[in-house]
Ligand binder design. Structure first.
Ligand SMILES: Nc1ncnc2c1ncn2[C@@H]1O[C@H](COP(=O)(O)OP(=O)(O)O)[C@@H](O)[C@H]1O
Ligand SMILES: [Mg+2]
Length: 254
């Protein structure tokens, strides 16, 4: 018997399953008789621990792709397999549960509750998790420490600088220890110095094992990834591998 178990384990390891797998993914928006084919058949895979950047001109479908991958919207065609199961086989409740427990989001506009404190903002996702309320303060405090904002913990979010707001958003994204963090233009509203700091925190999370999917239109920022998916008109134009030597930068190119 033990032999059988052992060989099964080896077998599982050799078949590394992607955490995210999309095949021919499509999304068409319908509004007032206008059809917008935002994604026209996108296929790629992300394995656990990958750092994938997505680049492309405005309107090429980047945010649409991120919304589909983050279960914020549903595709109109193609397949999305998350952790080995087609998303159609998950109920809406299960998808919401995944979104709250396994995924973290960082957006260009920070999306913080401006009248709330840093601590209150970072605690938000825990309210939708299985974590008992008695643990919320401790976990949120740790996440805030991780982005170097302990000294701002009781500040109102609206009083922070842009870079600090985005670091709060990162703390909020990581408080549930998600397996994937989706970031949509996280440095888009920041000056180069705060942008670099924000990217360095995202890179740190990646080093700790979090899978990162990052949208950016900045070449410099995209090079934090292992590979860069170039989108154009809702299709993948090409996938660029980032060489290790390119990962050391000395300038932030906007
Ligand atoms: N909710 C929506 N309803 C209708 N059209 C949309 C919606 N969201 C995006 N689009 C359209 O889909 C296309 C892709 O948009 P988007 O994914 O936001 O591109 P990107 O993030 O690359 O700028 C654009 O033509 C955009 O106008
Ligand atoms: Mg966008």
């Amino acid at each position: 018997m033990p032999y059988k178990i052992e060989s099964q384990n080896i077998n599982n390891q050799s078949k590394r399953q992607p955490i995210i797998l999309v095949r021919g993914l499509q999304k068409t928006y319908y509004s007032d008789d206008v059809e917008t084919p935002a994604l026209q058949g996108v296929s790629f895979a992300a394995e656990k621990g990958d750092f994938i950047s997505i680049m492309g001109p405005s309107g090429s479908g980047k945010s649409t792709l991120l919304h589909l991958l983050g279960f914020l919207d549903k595709p109109t065609g193609g397949e999305y397999i998350f952790e080995g199961k087609k998303i159609e086989s998950y109920s809406d409740d299960e998808l919401a549960h995944f979104r709250n427990k396994k995924l973290g989001f960082v957006f260009q506009a920070f999306n913080l509750l401006s009248k709330m404190t840093v601590l209150e903002n970072v605690k938000m996702p825990l309210a939708y998790s299985d974590v008992p309320e008695s643990k919320w303060d401790e976990l949120a405090t740790k996440a805030i420490e991780k982005v170097g904002l302990s000294h701002r913990i009781n500040h109102e979010a609206s009083k922070l600088s842009g870079g600090e707001k985005q670091r709060v958003a990162i703390a909020r994204a990581l408080v549930n220890e998600p397996s994937v963090i989706f970031a949509d233009e996280p440095t888009g509203n920041l000056d180069s110095k705060s942008g670099t700091l924000v990217m360095d925190y995202i890179e740190k999370l990646h080093e700790e094992g979090t899978t990162i999917i990052l949208i950016t239109h900045e070449t410099y920022t995209a090079q934090y990834g292992h590979s860069i998916i170039h989108l154009k008109d809702g299709l993948i134009e090409n996938v660029e591998k980032v060489e290790e030597k390119h990962k050391k930068h000395d300038g932030f190119l906007k």
